[in-house]
Design a protein around this ligand. Structure first.
Ligand code: SER
Ligand code: ZN
Length: 526
């Protein structure tokens, strides 16, 4: 920060500080704001102007800075001084009229008064802005825009470094919201995501008690890819994936009126800002970067380095690329750009679409995992859009269809649970949505080899979140809702094979109709 302070600008002209307010008056809550700011004027204030300013400050303390607050609460200008044509104010406040709001109110109403003396307001310099609140278990080392954080008597005091435009952008309010969120997270701390059993299927017969990934490896059905958490699926398991897709299309999507689309697989930050992923995705994203320039000369030394050493100079590459977003993570968010800022005719609802055009990517926790936990996975994503009633009803029909598939075709043992909505979990939140209809149902399959349940797909009612954040409206003005359902092909495979094994003779007839004969051995190794 290289802003000169008003004191440096003209200490010799400094007038005696005028005490006008009563400090610490009221104390309705633990939240306190202390702001020192300088309003820069275009010229010196003469005595008349100063006298009028003094009157105006008193009036503000009586009215303007208390407006909207309960009696005895609000903001207060506790002192001000005029120096070298600048007005320095100290404002104290509580949660009702936050000090920065008080300052902006004051400035707005001061302008016409100074105008009478042909003095304009040039800008605001924030010399000090402290917020004090109960720490409630918060232990923070740093926050954006924060100069320092200290703790005393169970309180946390944060000192902010702000410009005028930061005040206008309401950065202090956003920091407070962030602090509340962190407190909330600390309260949840350690607690698991919400989980509530909704349904359990009949018991089913199991034909296998091993880990299917190991058995597939043994038989040469799969092999690790060269990237992290990635498999190469051989012909047999690919046939299984395709059979699952066929079942999904013929038994779920087509009967319910779904049509296929192709969603993008590189996701820009703009999408993730709107979807809320920008709040938490960082440790799990696969980042996408583009060259700063296509100029081959810019890249020649990198290519030469590889040619000479056989090594990739990744650090040098990092300096020459820029990040634009990441690879598909949740699948449905980038679809919404198709509807962004558009008005839908009511008559086309409900809209049901699906995408199966590519992989999803998550940087999973390390270690060796089977096909059920991978960085690169295959999923069919169903999206349904309609009025609130339509979306709720559709989610129910979708669930019924899935049940027929799992019970009658795959013949697996599964259960369904009401969990933290996927979009909240992916924003780093716990709990359930504030509206009881909004949320996610996880479908979990039993794994006989380890006695655990594996989430293999979900059905979600996302409320108005997506239409709202992408500015999609309905012609009638009614509220637009949406939902989605992600069908993980690796997960379906992991559950099905864990219960039924790899030998087709143990697979249900209804399923075998979709698979046909597994491909013959294609690769022979010596
Ligand atoms: N988009 C949802 C999710 O990521 C459903 O696939 O969980
Ligand atoms: Zn989705």
């Amino acid at each position: 920060m290289t802003r000169a302070t008003a004191t440096e600008a003209g200490a010799e002209k400094e007038k005696e500080e005028e005490k006008v307010g009563e400090k610490g008056k009221g104390e309705p809550s633990a939240l306190r704001f202390r702001l020192v700011a300088v309003l820069k004027c275009s010229a010196d204030l003469n005595e008349d102007a100063v006298a009028e300013l003094r009157k105006f400050v008193s009036a503000c303390n009586e009215g303007l800075l208390k407006r909207g607050a309960p009696a005895g609460c609000g903001a207060e200008i506790v002192s001000f001084k005029v120096l070298n044509g600048n007005i320095e104010l100290e404002i104290h406040s509580d949660r009702f009229v936050r000090a920065h709001d008080a300052l902006l109110r004051f400035r707005k109403n001061l302008a016409p008064i100074l105008g009478k003396y042909r003095i304009g307001l040039r800008g605001i310099e924030v010399k000090k802005y402290e917020i004090e609140m109960e720490s409630q278990g918060l232990k923070l080392k740093t926050l954006p825009f924060v100069k320092s954080i200290s703790y005393s008597d169970g309180n946390i005091v944060i000192s902010l470094d702000l410009t005028e435009s930061d005040l206008e952008r309401r950065i202090p309010d956003r920091i407070l919201r962030l602090l509340e969120e962190k407190k909330e997270a600390a309260r949840w701390g350690g607690k698991k995501e919400h989980w509530e059993l909704l349904f359990e299927s009949r018991r089913k017969e199991f034909f296998f008690n091993k880990d299917p990934t190991e058995e597939m490896l043994r038989r040469g059905w799969i092999r690790h890819g060269s990237a992290r958490g990635q498999w190469i699926y051989g012909p047999q398991v690919t046939r299984l994936f395709r059979a699952f897709e066929k079942i999904l299309l013929e038994e779920v999507c087509y009967p319910l009126g779904y049509v296929e689309m192709i969603f993008p697989k590189v996701v820009s930050w703009d999408v993730w800002k709107r979807s809320g992923h920008a709040r938490a995705i960082y440790p799990e994203a696969y980042y996408v970067c583009v060259p700063k320039t296509r100029d081959p000369e810019f890249w020649e030394d990198i290519a030469d380095y590889f040619k000479v050493t056989g090594e990739i100079p990744t650090e040098k590459i990092m300096e020459r690329i820029e990040n634009i977003g990441g690879l598909c993570y949740a699948q449905c968010p980038p679809f919404w750009v198709f509807l962004q800022r558009r008005v839908l005719a009511d008559e086309c609802l409900p809209i049901c679409i699906f995408d199966r055009s590519g992989t999803s990517h998550r940087y999973e926790s390390g270690g060796i995992h089977g096909i059920e936990r991978v960085d690169e996975f295959h999923r069919v994503e169903l999206v349904f859009i309609g009025t609130k009633e339509q979306v709720i009803e559709h989610a129910q029909r979708l669930r019924e269809r899935y049940r027929i598939v799992f019970d009658k075709i795959l013949d697996i043992e599964w259960r369904e649970a009401w969990v933290t909505p996927w979009f909240m979990a992916q924003e780093g939140r716990a709990g359930v949505a504030s509206q009881k209809e909004v949320g996610t149902i996880d479908f979990e399959g039993f794994l006989p080899y380890n006695g655990k349940w594996l989430e293999f797909q979900n059905v979600s009612i996302n409320g108005d979140k997506y239409p709202k954040s992408f500015g999609v409206k309905l012609q009638s003005g009614r509220e637009l809702w949406s939902g989605c359902s992600g069908v993980g092909l690796e997960r379906w495979t992991a559950v099905f094979l864990a219960q039924k094994g790899l030998d087709p003779e143990n697979w249900p007839d209804a399923f075998k109709k979709f698979v046909g004969e597994l491909p013959e051995e294609v690769f022979k190794f010596v």
